[in-house]
Each structure stands twice: as C-alpha cells, then as structure tokens.
Ligand binder design. Structure first.
Ligand SMILES: NC(=O)c1ccc[n+]([C@@H]2O[C@H](COP(=O)([O-])OP(=O)(O)OC[C@H]3O[C@@H](n4cnc5c(N)ncnc54)[C@H](O)[C@@H]3O)[C@@H](O)[C@H]2O)c1
Length: 678
C-alpha cells in the first residue's frame, strides 16, 4: 500500500512547501478577457480520471475541498485550471534580479514565463493562454507554481523536464546541457487529431503550447510585427510590382484579427507605408490596439471603412483602420461595391476554428461565446456556412485582381474542412496544396526562410530600456545594408524600432536575421554583457522559422520534394540545439496551424558574458538556422542551394552540407512519360 504521507515526505518541491495553508481564491479583474468554455465532452469515466489527475498535485488534506472545486471548474470551463493557485493581481516579467534562483537561467526563465502571462501580453491570462486562442504556458496554476519553484531550486548541473506543462522533475545533467527541456502535445500518430487533443487537454495530460506560449519565448505582438511588415512589403514587391526602394504607400491591405499575433497587422501596415483595414469582432481587442496606437481609426460601417481608406490612399498617408464587425460582412461590401483591394488576408484563429477561434457571420462576438457554450453542433454549422461564404467573396475578389494569401492560420484548411473541396488544387484533398498560396509558399519561404532569415529575438533581462537601446545600436552595426535587400529592410527596421514604440511587456526586440547575422549579433551582445555595458540577455526566436518548424500548410509550404509531410527537420533542430547547450529547448505539436498539422521547436539561450556561452553561440546558432537551410537546399530550393554553397566555403573545415545534383528536367520527364505511355 502506498500512503500519501510517504509520498509527501518524499518531495521537497510540492504545493505544500509553497503554501502553509490552502490559498484563498484570488480576486479576478472583471475587465480581463476570459477564455470561452471549452466544450465538456468527457465520459463519466474520463471525468473521474480528470479529477484524479488534477488531484495529483494536491496534498491529501486539501482533496475533499478541491475535488468539488475542480469538478466545478471542469463543468463550467471545460478544463481544470486550478484558479485558486493563481497569484493574486497582475503577473508581469520583472527585472531578473527580483527573482530567486540558484543559477541565472533559473531566474531568467521565470522572467519569460511571467511575461507570457502579463495582462498586457496574454490573451486569456487567467487561463494561462498567451495567444492564438488556445496556446498555453502550461495547463494549470498548480503546474505554474511548481515549475516556478523548480526554477528557483535548479542548479547549473541540473535539467528541468516539462512534459505538456507538467514538471516531471529536476535531473542531474551538466553545466553544458540545457537547463530546461520542454515538450508540448506530442501525441502518438494514431491519436494525433483535434478530438483526442481535446480529450487529453480536459484530462489534464496535454498542453497546447502553440509555439512561443508553451516555449516561454513570447514577446508580445512585436514578435510578429517584423514578420508581417516583411510579408506585406514583399507581397507588394512581388505581386504589385512595387520597386525594392518603394513602400506600400497608396495601396490597400484588408485582413482580420486584432488579437495576440494578428494585432500586429495594423502596426505593420503603417510601418510598411500602406493603408490597412482590419476587421475584428471583439471590441475589447480593438480598444487594446487603439490605446496602443497600433490602429488609428475605429469604424463599424464597411462603407465608411473603405471611404476612409480611399482618402488615405489618395493622400499617400500610412494608416490602420479597425473595422468593428465580421470580416465576411466587410468583404461582401467590397464585392458588392466593386472596391479595389490590393492585398487580402485573414488572421482569425482558424487553427482552432470550432473552439471559438473564428466568429461566424451572423453572430456577434458575445453571441458566438454563448452559442459555443450552449450548442456546439449548431455553432459548428454556423462556422461552416460562414467559411463557405468567406471563401466565395475571396474568390470573386481574386478574380478581380486582388492578391490573397493564407496567413499561416490554417484558413484554407478550415475552408476545406468546412466542405469546400474546390479550395484544393486537385479538387479533392489538400495533398497537392490549395488554389490560393500561403504566405510562406509565395513570399516568406523563397525570400526569407530559404536564405535563413527568421525571427531572431532578444529580451534585456535587466528590464532596462537603456539596455535595449544599446542592443539595438549594436545589432545595427552588425548589419551591412548593402549586402541584400533583406539586410536593407532589417537595417531600416532596427533603425526605427525604438521610434515605432514596439515594446509591450519586457524590453524585447525582434530582428529577422540569417545564420551568420544572428551569430555575430549574439557574440556582440555576449561581449557587452561580459564588459558590463548591459545586463544579461535572453536570446531566442519564434518557432516559425527556417529550421524550427515542419508544417506543410505553413513554414514548409514551399518544400516541393515531397518531404513537406516529414517532421525530421524540426526534431533534429531541437535535438541539435540540446546537444550544443542551448539553455532551453522546446518541441511542440500543432502550433499556429492546429494539432497534427505541424511539429515545431524553439530555444532560449541566456547570455551571461561567459566564454562558455560564446562557444554555444558559435555552434548552436548556425546549426539552428542552417539545419533548416540545408534541408531546404536538399529539397532543391534555389536560394537555399546558393546559401549552402557559400556556407560550405565560409565554414570549410567546420561544417559541410550535402547538396543535391539537379537532373535534366527532360531526362526525367521523357523516361516517366514512357512508363505511363504518354
Ligand atoms: N502569420 C503568422 O506568422 C502567424 C503567427 C502566429 C500565429 N498565426 C496564426 O494567426 C491566427 C491568429 O493568431 P492570434 O494570436 O492573433 O489569435 P487571436 O485568437 O488572439 O486573434 C484572432 C482574432 O480574430 C478575431 N476574429 C475571429 N473571427 C473573426 C471574424 N469572422 N471577423 C473578424 N474578426 C474575427 C477574434 O476576435 C480575435 O481577436 C492563429 O491561427 C495563429 O496561429 C499566424
């Protein structure tokens, strides 16, 4: 017989050691956004399992009280969040020196976790959702508390293992090993689908980490502003024939979503010089972006939105307009009134389309929340009808000359799932892709990822704005704006970064860079830390990068050798980063496109000024990027082959990439034609 008293005695890190007595339920601020109810679909047996699972974190003396409280949470929210264990008040990423810890990494990751849960950053802070409707730091507040305590206790010879939010424990490793290894929602193939994830999350055994939510590397919407800016600017260059030295002035970009990531769209279109109309059904999100001055006008009438936009376009003024309403209504107006839209996209949370991520036409945001809770089947029908209608408007606009691209939110897949087979190139299934491009397939893949440019980022852990300004200046010195147009764009970006007032939460910066660019900047920063010019720095990146993510509907959409259905690259990237000593490595299932549609990973590297960290930078940063470029080169992507040829020259003796020979097209074609008697 195993007794709870023995179990309790066997652990020095557990809730009982954190709290002398059961904490009071904290006060919740009414104005803070709350996650909608995740539909409760557990069987009787599973309901008992979910409760028993949650009580694993709880000392026996509190079981009686918490069992009914947890059951109530499960029935009313669809999950057991353990609200009682949430710290009272605002959580925010504080300066690193304010955290307890036995190693710098232990303190640094507490800053990152708390930043991911800041009211100004997180989408649903009380439910630990950072962004993307369902992307959580961990599953519940018990895990949060225990992870934080582990990070306080961790030494530099130990590694904390976190499996889907659950802190498995601290294990001896070495100072050269990662301090934290995270995996999220890695489901066994046969169960790797939304229904099983839904059940597993309700049971408390799966965490949907999205990308940087569960990887603790989210830096607010700034993280995506740079990517959005590059995407729409390059969409303009390649599809509207705007010359490389001109911006989007006079052009109209229409899209939807002012949420966690999508909230960047207004800011990005203004930085790119254009006019944007962004539809959003949730007024609170419009308010947030308006207060931040990331959108400047708010209208609820489609005609007024297009009229305003037209005035700004004529005056060549940069401007972001929020349309308070459903994007399908906005597009129907554009179709009906023959409005010319240059660039069109969508950034509703279609990766979680039936969980509230997409608000169907005909329902207000509040009605959507209500119906989601009361009648999921009907809600699904509404979503499917709306997606069909949405698709029809886009099709008409594209026929009239608009350039539409899927913005990595699984919109095209959602339209397919809603029953529109015509969205597939082959008219039956998505294996050959969709009739509209994804932004990675057309723009970001060939122009950025194939060269290794990706969303490199850093956080000044001192919390000092001065440190950020110093790092901006140092990064700028590392860029040669005359090398490639991408470098020029990055140079302009970083030069104006402070003026553009991009920081929300910790003092962070994003800068798209290639492998050597990232390495040089990282070495420079570590030297600055060593010389005490600045405090310690956390380096990281979005998972949405050259080598971090295998995702046929997004990051690897421009991989055409058939390997877009494989997840070897992201897995190798994760393992290679661990082997080279990154401070944190993370590997997730799902990300921005939904469960089963992607495997993605990221890293964190704490710059403490040491030579050890210099060595990690020299091996891990080039690997992190070039593993992706090498795989893209092997898939015969031209820009990756060029980049890899140069890499083999400059890194001769240290690295060596296998390159593909390209057969004569006709040789293959003729031979195959013979086989198929064509
Ligand atoms: N392009 C990228 O690089 C990238 C990066 C990260 C995430 N994403 C994807 O983009 C999507 C959005 O991410 P997010 O973090 O902003 O999510 P979010 O849920 O915070 O924001 C989406 C917003 O869309 C609004 N919305 C939903 N349906 C609408 C409708 N019919 N009309 C108007 N507004 C509507 C919601 O109210 C919400 O505010 C996700 O699927 C995410 O995975 C893309």
């Amino acid at each position: 017989m195993i007794w709870n008293s023995d179990i309790s005695k066997a652990m020095t890190i557990q809730l009982e050691k954190i709290f002398d007595k059961l904490p009071e339920h904290p006060e919740f601020v009414n104005s803070v956004r709350r996650a909608p109810k995740r539909s409760f679909t557990l069987s009787r047996r599973d309901t008992a399992l979910a409760l028993t699972n949650a009580l694993r974190y709880i000392p026996e003396k509190w079981h009686r009280k918490l069992a009914s409280e947890f059951l109530n949470e499960l029935l009313t929210t669809g999950r057991i969040y353990g609200y009682r264990f949430r710290p009272e008040g605002m959580i925010t990423g504080r300066p690193i020196d304010e955290y307890k810890g036995k190693c710098i990494e232990g303190k640094a990751f507490q800053v990152m976790i708390d930043n991911n849960l800041d009211f100004d950053i997180a989408l649903y802070p009380y439910e630990l959702v950072t962004y993307g409707e369902t992307g959580q730091v961990c599953q519940n507040w018990m895990q949060y508390r225990i992870i934080k305590r582990y990070l306080e206790e961790m030494t530099q010879d130990q590694t904390l293992v976190v499996e889907s939010g659950h802190p498995l424990g601290l294990f001896a490793s070495s100072s050269e090993a990662p301090r934290v290894i995270i995996t999220n929602a890695l489901m066994v193939g046969v169960f790797d689908d939304p229904e099983n994830l839904h059940r597993a999350a309700a049971l408390g055994v799966a965490n949907y980490g999205q990308m940087t939510a569960g990887g603790w590397m989210y830096i607010g919407p700034q993280g995506i502003v740079h990517g959005t800016y590059s995407t729409i600017l390059n969409a303009g260059r390649t599809k509207l024939n705007i010359p490389p030295d001109r911006d989007l002035s006079g052009y109209l970009f229409v899209t939807s979503g002012l949420g966690g990531m999508s909230g960047a769209q207004g800011k990005a279109v203004e930085i790119a010089g254009g006019v944007g109309i962004i539809a959003e059904v949730d007024y609170s999100r419009i308010q947030t972006r308006h207060e931040q001055e990331w959108v400047h006008d708010v209208v609820d009438d489609p005609g007024k939105a297009f009229e305003l936009a037209n005035n700004y376009q004529n005056r060549r003024e940069r401007r972001a307009i929020a349309f308070y309403g459903n994007v399908v209504d906005l597009l129907e107006y554009a179709v009906g009134h023959h409005v010319k839209i240059d660039l069109l996209s969508d950034q509703t949370s279609c990766h979680a389309v039936y969980e509230g991520g997409y608000c169907p036409q005909g329902l207000t945001f509040e009605q959507r929340t209500d119906l989601l809770e009361k009648d999921h089947k009907k809600f699904k029908e509404y979503v499917n009808t709306s997606l069909k209608r949405h698709y029809e408007q886009i099709k008409i606009l594209v026929e009239r000359g608009t350039y539409f691209f899927d913005y990595g939110n699984s919109f095209l897949k959602a339209v397919f799932d809603a029953g529109v087979k015509a969205i597939c190139k082959n008219g039956k299934d998505p294996i050959d892709g969709f009739i509209f491009p994804s932004y990675v397939e057309d723009i970001m893949g060939p122009l950025l990822f194939d060269y290794g440019y990706g969303p490199f980022r850093w956080v000044c852990l001192s919390g000092k704005r001065d440190d950020l300004l110093k790092t901006d200046a140092a990064a700028m010195e590392c860029i040669d704006p005359d090398r490639r147009f991408q470098d020029k764009d990055n140079y302009v970006w970083i030069r104006h970064a402070d003026k553009n007032n991009l920081v929300v939460g910790t003092q962070a910066r994003i800068l798209y860079q290639d492998a050597m660019g990232r390495m040089n900047i990282a070495l420079k920063f570590n030297e600055m830390v060593r010389n005490r010019d600045i405090g310690p720095v956390m380096l990281g990146r979005d998972h949405h990068d050259t080598g971090g993510t295998d995702s046929p509907f997004r990051e690897t959409a421009n991989i055409k050798d058939g390997s877009n259905i494989m997840a070897d690259m992201a897995t190798q990237c994760f393992a290679g980063n661990a082997a080279r000593g990154m401070s944190l490595v993370a590997l997730h299932n799902g990300g921005g496109v939904g469960i089963g549609n992607a495997i993605n990973g990221g890293f964190g590297l704490v710059l403490n000024g040491s030579e050890r960290v210099d060595n990690i930078i020299r091996s891990a940063i080039p690997w992190d990027v070039m593993g992706g470029v090498a795989r893209r080169a092997w898939a015969r992507n031209k820009n990756s082959i060029d980049t890899s040829i140069k890499y083999n020259q400059t890194r001769k003796g240290t690295d060596h990439i296998t390159l593909p020979f390209i057969p004569d097209e006709n040789l293959v074609k003729d031979l195959v034609a013979d086989v198929f008697n064509e």
